[in-house]
Design a protein around this ligand. Sequence first.
Ligand SMILES: Cc1ncc(C[n+]2csc(CCOP(=O)(O)OP(=O)(O)O)c2C)c(N)n1
Ligand SMILES: [Mg+2]
Length: 330
Amino acid sequence: MSIGDYSTEKLLRLYRQMLMVREFELRAINERRAGLIPGFIHSCVGQEATAVGACAALEPADVITSTHRGHGHLVAKGGEPKYMMAELAARTTGYCGGKGGSLHMTDFSLGILGANGIVAGGIPIAVGAALAFQQKKDGRVALSFFGDGATNEGAFHEALNLAGLWKLPVIFFCENNLYGEGTPQAKQAPVADLAIRASSYAMPGVTVDGNDVLAVYEATKAAADRARAGGGPTLVEGKTYRYRGHYEGDPMVYRSKAEMDEWKGRDPIVAFRTRLLSEAGLPEAEVAATELAVQSALDEAVAFAAASPKPAPETALAGVYGEISGGLVF
Ligand SMILES: Cc1ncc(C[n+]2csc(CCOP(=O)(O)OP(=O)(O)O)c2C)c(N)n1
Ligand SMILES: [Mg+2]
């Protein structure tokens, strides 16, 4: 498909969502510095096209599992920035009542089965969801986001094995940002294209430019159509790059400035904006209006989070399921 085959509405939606992801992250980083947000943040600045392109290929009833770098996935699947910001700020109005933070944001009604602090932890969860969809024959698809590092975990291989064997309607989406924490991919895997790992599990594997939102969309759409038609799973690898540290505060001593500059020269949002104007012929004013709308939604999100109450101390154990001092607590 060429860019001219997409409707203006769809192109602007993709642009708006990528910008929302980028600006949400930048606001969250600032608000963390300013003291509104406690705890760790792993930002996905630079990786917006994988989250947005992949989720654009899904239906509202489809589900995703996310990662420790999950804010972009949530926005792309329809998460409300104000409830996300409130969760980061540990407020009762957040997605988990302020008790989950960045690593646990979840909204089943939007098909978001959760961020996940366990590397590769979301992959078997997506396979379980896909098994349920297959048994119910309801035509839904599950998509699991994970990083390059996650493909070296046992859970990745076990999950792909069962999905391949049972031909489950699941998409495995690897956001290959070339690093797992501070370790470059070449020092943790003997193959450069991780999509090749699909061949052991009898499913197609495809590598795409993860900074090209339309390439990501098209590869994921083909995988979703295949899954819905009973053709089974696909492994999609999007090659991309995170601009910031593994977490906010990471001294980033393991990457060269030249490498970072090279990737910043291939920015997914800047490149798409240029294409919208020059190839799709969208008026500059329409693009600028989208940019303004994102900023005002985020002004509102930050104000909403700051004005929301913190959970009361006496509610600390509400919603907790676990063993404390030998007794079960609900
Ligand atoms: C099972 C497990 N092992 C180790 C960690 C610590 N850890 C958190 S993120 C991360 C790197 C993950 O790399 P990748 O999958 O490439 O994702 P990225 O951070 O690049 O998005 C590690 C090792 C963890 N959270 N869970
Ligand atoms: Mg990585």
